[in-house]
Design a protein around this ligand. Structure first.
Ligand SMILES: [Zn+2]
Ligand SMILES: [Zn+2]
Length: 165
């Protein structure tokens, strides 16, 4: 995990504090985990497992949103399904958003380059393409070659964030 994002035990402590503050009568014993793979949503609540997962990718870009996402998922954990009127009322009470920010784009995995002109192209999967700069139609002479695999995610956290106790 990134050194710049809180450890899972810090997230657990932050969630515990939120439960004590906003749901003092509930016995919510959820654990918080980072998900490296989640990129469609900022967070998800797994009721059966008692786990809230946060997208590492999302929060590497928006580290200031961690508490916001935790509150949002906590409302689900407390039994509010969906984002209807009840959810919106709880979101107002806890001070969190109903909708997350637009997700950062899915990460690029490969860096290709044209062997002739050197133009670089990032792709999410392996492709068979030729360079559009060097030839209008498909031309195997300008078939893009893999330069290297890109490290994921490419959006490291720049802020050190600390959760309240
Ligand atoms: Zn939700
Ligand atoms: Zn080219």
């Amino acid at each position: 995990m990134s050194a710049s994002l809180p450890e899972e035990h810090e997230l657990d402590a932050a969630l515990k504090a939120l439960v004590a503050q906003y749901f003092p009568d509930c016995r919510l014993a959820y654990r918080v985990q980072w998900s490296r793979r989640m990129w469609r949503s900022a967070g998800l609540c797994y009721y059966k497992r008692g786990v809230i997962r946060l997208s590492w990718r999302y929060h590497a870009v928006f580290p200031q949103e961690i508490l916001n996402t935790l509150k949002h998922e906590l409302i689900h954990a407390a039994g509010v399904l969906g984002h209807g009127r009840k959810f919106r009322a709880e979101a107002k009470r806890l001070g969190c958003d109903v909708k997350a920010r637009p997700m950062p784009g899915r990460p690029y995995k490969w860096l290709y380059a044209c062997p002739a002109c050197g133009t670089e192209v990032k792709t999410r999967r392996r492709v068979t393409l030729s360079c559009g700069r060097c030839a209008h139609g498909w031309d195997p002479r300008f078939k893009l070659v893999i330069r290297r695999a890109l490290e994921r995610p490419q959006t490291p956290a720049v802020l050190r964030v600390v959760l309240p106790r």
